[in-house]
Design a protein around this ligand. Structure first.
Ligand code: AMP
Length: 297
């Protein structure tokens, strides 16, 4: 099985066409639902006692929830606003609430996981959690501006403890203090990551491994409603695919990135998690075939 640890949130998302208030979100939510199309996924996360039952039900249909803790208090909240291009997002508020000082416990069954994804979350919590797994074959983490600005040293320490880092281009630049993406990746590899995947939103991603650079385009779409969670869905599908193959060969890592691009493209076609909730394995397979045609020459 695969374990995903990270934020489960109530998001307020302001897009030019619609504002969503306190909807189901969080990096681990998107990543876990995305990975569940490929492999049984266990979620480790914390929510408050204000977390709606209907969202709990959604999670329980997709994920193993032995690792979900409900604490007295308010659920983590994120508030972000997109500009008219939908390419730029401004964070209006990050309220950690029950996520601050959370001490996650790994359920016994999850300890067997060979694949672990540390979704966007407090880097100190992520570094502590990964030590609890003793059979990990492949671990991957993400981070976001909030943690780079408030806990940069901890983010670098977290990177030392994983095999792969998946990160947005702007955040890679902010973290490494470099402007060229190859330089960014080299620095992150010097800190200890074997693989670095830099996401470039609608422009796809770049994978770096040893002296390999593998660029991949995003699945081209004309209509995007809400890009929230695209990166998390990309990462969840990627590691879910690898876990389902029980492989970390470079050829499977390249394929996993194609699955990441495809599942990410479904996430942005609807608001919040809706794009993932109506997704099926057959739709993923069909779009992977279209993707292959798109990049063939
Ligand atoms: P993405 O659009 O892939 O960057 O992911 C957005 C998701 O990440 C939202 O659903 C948020 O709830 C969650 N998120 C935003 N900021 C943070 C943070 N500082 N720590 C953890 N999760 C966050």
């Amino acid at each position: 099985m695969l374990t995903v640890f990270g934020s489960t949130a109530l998001d307020t998302i302001r897009t030019p066409s619609k504002t969503l208030k306190d909807v189901l979100g969080g990096a681990a939510t998107f990543a876990g639902i995305a990975s569940s199309f490929f492999i049984k996924t266990g979620l480790i996360a914390v929510v408050g006692n204000d977390f709606p039952k209907k969202y709990h039900n959604i999670l329980s249909k997709k994920l193993d929830l032995q690792g979900l803790v409900i604490k007295n208090g308010k659920t983590f909240r994120y508030d972000g606003k997109y500009d008219h291009t939908l390419s730029n997002r401004t964070t209006l508020k990050t309220e950690l609430n029950v996520l601050s000082n959370f001490s996650p416990v790994v359920p016994e069954e999850y300890k067997k996981s060979k694949f672990v994804y540390l979704a966007n979350n407090d880097p100190d919590q992520n570094s502590a959690l990964i030590k609890e797994f003793d059979r990990v074959k492949f671990s991957m983490c993400d981070t976001i501006e909030f943690w780079i600005s408030t806990k940069r040293d901890s983010v670098i320490k977290m990177i030392k403890s994983v095999n792969a880092v998946v990160i947005n281009d702007e955040e890679a630049k902010l973290l490494t203090k470099e402007f060229n993406l190859i330089k960014c990746a080299k620095k992150i590899m010097d800190w200890g990551a074997e693989y670095v995947i830099i996401k470039k939103g609608e422009h796809g991603s770049l994978l770096f491994y040893e002296d390999v650079i593998f660029p991949s385009p995003a699945f081209s779409l004309e209509a995007i409603l809400d890009p929230t969670g695209a990166g998390d869905s990309f990462a969840g599908a990627m590691i879910g695919f690898l876990a389902s193959k029980n492989s970390t060969s470079i050829s499977n890592i390249k394929k996993s990135i194609v699955y990441g691009n495809v599942v990410g493209s479904f996430a942005v076609e609807k608001y919040g998690v809706d794009g993932l909730l109506i997704l099926t394995s057959a739709k993923i397979a069909k779009r992977v075939r279209q993707y292959k045609k798109m990049v063939q020459f």
